[in-house]
Structures are given as C-alpha cells and as structure tokens.
Design a protein around this ligand. Structure first.
Ligand SMILES: *[C@@H]1O[C@H](CO)[C@@H](O)[C@H](O)[C@H]1NC(C)=O
Ligand SMILES: *[C@@H]1O[C@H](CO)[C@@H](O)[C@H](O)[C@H]1NC(C)=O
Ligand SMILES: *[C@@H]1O[C@H](CO)[C@@H](O)[C@H](O)[C@H]1NC(C)=O
Ligand SMILES: *[C@@H]1O[C@H](CO)[C@@H](O)[C@H](O)[C@H]1NC(C)=O
Ligand SMILES: *[C@@H]1O[C@H](CO)[C@@H](O)[C@H](O)[C@H]1NC(C)=O
Ligand SMILES: *[C@@H]1O[C@H](CO)[C@@H](O)[C@H](O)[C@H]1NC(C)=O
Ligand SMILES: *[C@@H]1O[C@H](CO)[C@@H](O)[C@H](O)[C@H]1NC(C)=O
Length: 830
C-alpha cells in the first residue's frame, strides 16, 4: 500500500485511461461493465475506506480487501477471498449480472464470489463511507433491498454500524472470526458472537467451546465488562425485538474506532490517536484469569484479588473438596443446605458480581424487584433473579438451573438474589454476601484463609477511603500528561505510616535489594503485610526507574504481575508499596539445595505457565504493551500459594501499537538472561523477553543457573548444555535430580523444547508468548529448535570485556545482582 514513484505514474496513467476507457477510477462504484485489477482500487465517497488488492505482512499471497484510506498504518478491516488467496497479481474483481461480485484468477476461474438469491436489472457494487461493500441495483438506496453486503460477512473486524447478532427473519447470524495468524486471513479458531439465547450476552468461542463471556446486557453495558462505559468516541447498544437481536455501536466524533478479534482469541477495541499516529487499545477481553469461562464451576466465584482465585459463594461448599484443594475447580460448589421448594425457600443477596451465564434464563420488562422475587419464588426451578435493566432499575432476569461463570467485580458488579433453603435465606434483605475461600484442610489453613479475607476486605475499604481523601490533595507530580493517565489511581501513603510500618526501615525488616534500592517488609496498622521499596537517595538513574515502575505497574493488572498498592513521595523519600510475597522469589527456591525439594514438577509447571501468562499480558494484552527487559528468577515473586508474579518494572519499556521493539545505547538487564541482539547491539523487542523467558524455563526445569554453569565434558553454558542433550535426545538428563521420577516426562520434554525455541539465536525464530502458552499446553508437533544464542559462556565474556565502562557485579554469595553497563555499539561490533 506504499506509494512509490512508479505507482504515482501508474495512477496518472490510469486517470488518463479513465477518461478514455471504461475502467473504474477514483470512484466508489463498479458497474456491470467495469472491473478492477490488482493495483487498482475504489474509494468510498468521503475517502474513509479503500477497496483493492493487498498482501498481509510477511506474505506474498494477494487478497481483495478493504482498509482505512485516511489512516497511515495499513489496517485491513475486511477480506473477500480469505480462504483462497491469489498467488499472483493477475486477479480481477468484477460485477456480473444479475447481481454477483466475483473475483477471478488468470485462468478465469472464480476464486471467490458474493452470493445472493435475488436478481436485479442493473447491478452495481458500491463501497459505502461506512466501509460496507454492497451489491445493489443502481438506483436502490434502501439497505433492506441490498442484494449482498460485506457487513453481513465480517472477518475479524467489527466496524461501527455493523449488527453483530441474529436476524430471525432471514436466519442470518453476523459474527466475527479471527484470522488464522497475523499473516493469514483465513478463518482462525476464534469467533465472537452475540448470543440471544435466554438473554443477550456476547461470547468469544474457540470452535464450539466457550472461552469468554461478556455477561448479559444490563441496559448500560455488559455485566462482566465494567470498563466499557459511556465515552466521547462511540456509543453502543444491544437492540432486541421480535425480528432481530444484535449488538452495535456508532461513532460519536471523528476518531476512528474498531473492534477486532486477534488470532489468539483476544477481543480488542482500538481507537485511532491522531496525535501519535497509532492505534491505541482502549479495551481488551479476556483480561485476566477470571475471564476464562466457567473456571470455578457452578456456584463458584472467581476473584483475581485472592491468591486462590476460585471460591465458593457464601453458603456453598466445594462439590469435591480434594479436587478443589488441588486447584481443579471445574466441578464447582454445592449448597450447604438443600432446597425445599414445598416448605418454602427464600433468597440471599450477593453483591458485586458479574452475573452468571444467562443461557438458561428468561426475563420480563417493567417489573419491580419485589415482583421479580414473587415470580421467582413461585417457580421451583427458578434459581435466581436480578434487575434486568440497571439504568432504569426495572425488569427481571430469572435463572433456571445452575449458576455458572460468576466473577467478583467489586466496584461495578451487580446484585443477584439466589434461591436458598428457608433456614439459609435472608428474607429481609440483609447485607450483601461475598465469596468464601473454601479450604478444607487443616485448621491452620482455614485460619489463614480467614485472615486473608479480612485483610482483603479491610484493604479494599481502606483504599477506597484513601483514594477519596488523597485524590483531592497532592496528585503524583510525575509526568502524567496524556489523557490516558486520568485513570491512574495510585493511593498515596504518608511517610510517617511507612516509617512506622517498617520500624524506621530497620535492618531486621530488610528483605533484599531491588532494582533501585532496598526493599523492606512492612506491617501496616491493620495487620496488613506489605513490601516497601525505597529509592536510594543518591541514585539518579534510580529516579527514572522509580517513575517508570510507578507508571507502568499502576496501570497493569494481572494475576501474574505483582500488585502495587500505593506510593509515598515526601521530601527526598520516594517509596513504592507492594503486596507482600511470603515466599520471596523464585531464585530463593530453585537454586537452593533444600528449598528446591519442595518444588515438585506440577508446581514448577504451574509457575512456568503463570510467568508465560504474565508476560503475554505485558506484550500483547495490556493497554500499555510492555517489554520487561529484565526477566529473571530473582524478579519472579511467589505468593502464599506459589503463584508466580512478575516484578521489577524499573527498566520496562512501553511500546506503541505497531512497533515491537527499539534500539537503545543503554543496555540494562542481567547477564545470563539477555538475548544476543540486546546484549551486543542494544536491540530490544518482545523477542528479547522471550529469550529471557526461555532461560528462566530451562533454569526451572534443571534447577541450575545459566550463568556460571559448568560441565566437565564441554565449554557450553546451561543453554548450550540443554541444546546438546536435546540434539542427542537425552533431554531428560537435564531435569533437576531433586524431582526424582515424579514428573510427567512428556510435559517436561515439551517444556525443554519450548525453552530451547525461546532462546534461539535469531529473534525471528523465537515464538511469541501466545504460541509459547499454546505449545506448553497442547500436544502436537513442535518445530526443531535451532542453536541457542549465547550458548557458550565464552562469547558472553568476550562481549562483556570489550565494554568500556561497567559496573561490578556479584555482591552476596548466591544473590542475584543486577548489572548495568553502558557502552557504545562500535566497541562491540568489530
Ligand atoms: C478470460 O476472460 C476474458 C474476458 O472475459 C477473456 O478475454 C480471456 O480470453 C479469458 N481467458 C481465458 C484463459 O479463458
Ligand atoms: C485459478 O483457480 C483455479 C480454481 O481455484 C485453480 O485450479 C487454478 O490453479 C488457478 N490458476 C492460477 C494460475 O492460479
Ligand atoms: C452465502 O454464503 C454463506 C457462507 O458462504 C452462506 O452461509 C449463506 O447461506 C449464503 N447465502 C445465500 C443467499 O446463498
Ligand atoms: C489528523 O491529523 C491530520 C494531520 O496530521 C489532520 O489533517 C486531520 O484533520 C486530523 N484529523 C482529525 C480527526 O483530527
Ligand atoms: C442449560 O440447561 C441445560 C439443560 O438443563 C444444561 O445442559 C446446560 O448446561 C445449561 N447451561 C447453562 C449455561 O447453565
Ligand atoms: C412499562 O410501564 C410504563 C409506565 O408504567 C408503560 O408506559 C409502558 O407501556 C410499560 N411497558 C411495557 C412493555 O409493559
Ligand atoms: C418455571 O419456569 C420455566 C422456565 O420459564 C417454565 O418452563 C416452567 O413451566 C415454569 N414452571 C411453573 C410451575 O410455572
């Protein structure tokens, strides 16, 4: 789509031709006597969209598609022949009587065609200003009379004005389907639907399996997507009547916006930022682990704030306590007291939830909540009810059967009234009930869980209060200039409180040394344990990292990222306050002779997968899109349940919509984890993080450090050693001896293989994190791993010695210290 001089010449020639020949030029319409060839396009009347031939990046196949005309980044919104690419530039698109749009290849075979059963005397094809390509009779303007329109057959993009849903008259369902990959527009595994069964809600599906549910439409938005709110860019609604049910949205201003479903099944809402010339992700879903459909089973509730993310609703208990304790939540929970409809049931109110799946629901409008209750009570199979439309507060939604896929959304969740045996119900509408974390093991664990719940509740109350007070006072003065920083809600803590919590930063409370200063354990007044990271006074570089970390992590939220609770900026003190991680960091376990024995394979695999998910979120699904740049065992923290959480964002970099990396003269990171192109040339990208992840993975499997690994037989480092074993089909010899034989060898082999794919020399060869997660979780053939980068300790040492200035490393024995060094590229590349 780039214009070269030749193209411009061609365009000029074409416009001359237009005058003399019957060829469509600079117009939005093709008539039955006209056609367009590869290289020619038609443009919508207002110049917003263009239709023509294109190749996806990294592909030479030709497709007919529609893209934004005014937007500088090539953005394809629709593809005609997505399943049958043209292999040359000889395709021709034309309109034929009585009303078909057809694409032919050079042997005149039809590659793709629109379809319609009606015929008209004078068919034309027109690209409308909305991006809708329509086949119609020349003088027909009524959309009802169009023979065919691309809006009925969208690909991966949901544009303003499209109707996502069902037309009961024609039987047509309009839904979005992902591309197979970023290079291949053929239909991929994922689809996005508006499902009217029971009561409308949208789903992301993989094949026929449900992956993510938006929750039912509640009049204002979707119950499970609280971040979709009224905004100046677009308005949205669900339309329901006897003829059709659909979800649609329209533009309010001039800013372009689109919704896409990525090849990895993530729904993303993009808006165009005219200032920076890039697409910005405004919303994305699924967004956290609790968004995975039905994770906690029937009557389970998912809460990302809990370390054990699934809990049973209050007054319910795990159906199979053993499985539940082993994190298999699929069987869900059952009632503590069985229902007895005949002798009169009641209801209990649960607040702050994404409403359960409405597949088996019914609804009525115009009823009050009291009437809803009466109606539900009368029907023994009605298990719950709630308000239908929260904007007007009227109508009822009734559930029949089990309640599935509930998630705690404290701030914007909804109320639901669940049927209970009379002894359990709070007939007079007492205070709302929450989740109970159900652990069935020792009393100690029950106590632990209880104190956790208390802590969380207190923290939430406290946070809300603090935010109110503090937002009026001092706002962080750190460079929050663009409009996306409005949503930064970082509570400020008073210095006196931190000093008290850490006992004046006492040495006894020191946990270690972080990227830019010491880290202390603190105990807030309410008994809440926190980790306090204090910026060293004389660290200039530290200040940048401090700001960077505060900005980055305040905007990130994922189960596998450490959570920032607040910060403190007073005088010279700059402090960040985090959730406390009782199990310290991963290096504390895997490299320690005794502690590593407590990490069995399932736990190690769980940790590997968690890190991968956290990293995927950073790279792809978070709003900032972040390259961490210093991923290592010491930066993976472990919570009470040994869930991994990525920490230390001091050197992380955010990157824009389309770029995937950059170049720096200041290389920061840790030896042994740095990819060759980054350590040597200062090139960092998501693929340099993938490299570090691969190193980490192999360290977790082997229980050995990459750095300083010695083997009698050869000069390789751990990566080289692993690769050697893998080539000789002896990869299992890499496994940490402490694991004994108690591991699933196919899982282990697969992990090693994936680790080696991640550390390949060429960044292009390394998979991205979504593929990593897929490969770890699924059987199937993996590509052959090529030689790893930095597979001998020597080549790293060589690179290191030639650097001009460099900080010294290794302080305490066994402690991982961050090394930074600064150097010009020329010193290295000879
Ligand atoms: C293809 O169709 C065009 C126009 O209809 C015709 O001129 C050409 O000869 C045909 N080519 C072949 C190989 O049939
Ligand atoms: C044209 O399409 C037909 C049918 O798909 C195919 O068999 C043929 O090989 C194609 N011709 C070229 C030159 O690609
Ligand atoms: C058009 O094609 C689609 C899929 O290719 C099919 O589902 C639909 O029924 C067809 N419509 C008509 C009118 O033939
Ligand atoms: C976007 O920026 C371009 C120039 O950079 C300007 O011509 C255009 O009017 C702007 N569009 C909007 C919607 O602001
Ligand atoms: C709806 O009801 C059917 C039949 O009882 C059941 O098989 C299905 O799992 C239910 N679906 C949901 C989402 O509750
Ligand atoms: C709902 O109630 C309002 C006022 O009470 C009435 O005007 C409206 O017609 C009712 N709608 C339905 C669908 O019953
Ligand atoms: C209860 O509701 C279900 C679903 O709407 C309906 O099929 C059933 O007939 C109702 N039962 C009674 C007793 O009203």
């Amino acid at each position: 789509m780039k214009k070269s001089v030749n193209d411009i010449l061609l365009l000029f020639l074409l416009s001359v031709l237009c005058l003399t020949q019957k060829i469509a030029c600079l117009t939005d319409t093709l008539t039955a006597t006209q056609s367009i060839k590869d290289g020619e396009t038609i443009i919508s009347a207002g110049g917003s969209f263009e239709l023509g031939f294109f190749s996806p990046s990294m592909s030479t196949n030709r497709y007919v598609g529609i893209w934004y005309k005014k937007i500088s980044i090539p953005t394809v919104v629709w593809v005609a022949n997505r399943e049958v690419p043209l292999t040359s530039t000889s395709g021709v698109l034309e309109v034929i009587k009585p009303g078909l749009l057809v694409l032919r290849n050079d042997t005149n075979n039809t590659i793709w065609s629109s379809n319609s059963s009606t015929s008209v005397p004078n068919p034309v094809v027109q690209l409308l200003e909305t991006g809708n390509l329509v086949v119609k009779d020349a003088n027909q303007e009524d959309p009802e009379m169009f023979l065919w329109q691309s809006f009925d057959y969208p690909t991966d993009t949901f544009l303003p004005g499209m109707k996502l849903g069902h037309n009961f008259v024609t039987g047509l369902e309009v839904y979005i389907s992902s591309w197979k990959s970023f290079e291949d527009p053929a239909p991929g595994k994922y689809t996005y639907h508006c499902d009217p069964t029971g009561y409308p809600q949208n789903f992301v599906k993989m094949g026929s399996s449900l992956q993510f549910r938006t929750g039912p439409w509640n009049g204002l938005g979707f119950s499970g997507v609280p971040s979709l709110q009224r905004n100046p860019i677009f308005s949205y609604e669900v339309v329901m009547n006897s003829k059709e049910v659909y979800y649609t949205y329209k533009l309010l201003g001039l800013t372009s916006t689109r919704f896409t479903l990525s090849p990895t099944g993530v729904g993303q809402r993009w808006t165009w930022d005219n200032q920076t010339g890039s697409w910005i992700i405004y919303l994305s879903a699924p967004n956290d682990n609790c968004d995975s459909y039905g994770l906690c089973g029937a009557y389970g509730g998912c809460d990302t704030d809990n370390s054990q993310i699934c809990g049973c609703l209050d007054k319910f208990s795990p159906k199979y306590p053993d499985k539940w304790a082993n994190r298999d939540w699929s069987n869900g929970c059952i009632r503590n007291v069985a229902l007895d409809c005949q002798s009169g049931d009641g209801f209990t109110k649960y607040s702050g939830f994404k409403l359960p799946d409405t597949h088996n629901s019914s609804y009525n409008t115009n009823t009050s909540l009291e009437e809803c209750r009466r109606i539900c009570l009368k029907n023994c199979s009605c298990t719950a009810y709630s308000t239908l439309d929260i904007s007007s507060g009227s109508g009822c939604l009734f559930w029949f059967g089990d309640l599935i896929d509930m998630k705690v959304i404290s701030a914007a969740g909804q109320d639901i009234y669940i049927r209970m045996a009379s002894s359990e119900s709070d007939s007079n509408g007492k205070k709302g009930k929450k989740l109970v974390i159900s652990l069935t093991l020792s009393l100690a664990m029950v106590l632990l869980a209880l104190s956790l719940v208390l802590l969380l509740q207190r923290r939430k109350k406290k946070r809300a209060k603090q935010q109110k007070e503090e937002m009026q006072g001092h706002i962080l003065s750190m460079a929050y200039t663009d409009e996306h920083h409005k949503d930064l809600e970082l509570p400020l803590f008073e210095l006196s409180r931190i000093i008290k919590a850490t006992d004046k930063f006492s040495f006894n409370n020191k946990l270690g040394e972080g990227g830019f200063g010491p880290v202390y354990k603190g105990l807030l007044g309410e008994g809440q344990e926190v980790a306090v990271k204090r910026l060293s006074e004389h660290s200039m570089q530290g200040l940048d990292e401090f700001k960077n970390e505060a900005i980055c992590i305040a905007k990130l939220q994922h189960r596998n990222l450490v959570k920032l609770l607040g910060c403190c900026i007073e005088g010279k003190e700059k402090i960040l306050i985090y959730e406390y991680m009782p199990n310290k960091s991963l290096d504390f376990f895997i490299f320690d002779e005794t502690r590593r024995t407590s990490l069995d394979w399932p736990m190690r695999f769980h940790i590997i997968q968690g890190i991968a998910r956290g990293l995927l979120y950073l790279h792809q699904d978070s709003r900032l899109r972040i390259i961490h740049r210093d991923l290592k065992a010491g930066n993976i923290l472990l919570d009470a349940d040994m869930n991994p959480k990525i920490s230390d964002f001091g050197t992380a970099r955010s990157f824009g919509g389309n770029e995937t990396g950059a170049n720096t003269s200041r290389v920061v990171g840790t030896h042994g984890y740095m990819s060759p192109e980054y350590a040597v040339d200062g090139l960092f990208s998501i693929k340099s993080d993938v490299f570090s992840f691969g190193v980490l993975l192999i360290e977790i499997v082997s229980g050995k450090r990459n750095r300083g690994f010695l083997n009698q037989g050869h000069q390789f480092n751990l990566l080289g050693h692993a690769w050697k074993l893998y080539k000789e089909e002896r990869a299992l010899e890499l496994v940490d001896l402490h694991l004994g034989n108690s591991y699933n060898s196919s899982e282990v082999l697969r992990s090693i293989h994936v680790g080696l794919l991640c550390v390949q020399q060429c960044p292009e060869d390394r998979p991205d994190m979504s593929s990593v997660i897929f490969m770890l979780g699924n059987e199937g053939q993996l590509p052959e791993a090529k030689q790893p980068g930095f597979f001998m300790e020597r080549n790293l040492v060589a690179a290191k010695n030639s650097s001009s200035t460099q900080a010294s490393s290794s302080k305490g024995a066994g402690k991982e210290t961050k090394e930074r060094f600064r150097r010009g590229k020329k010193n290295i590349v000879k």
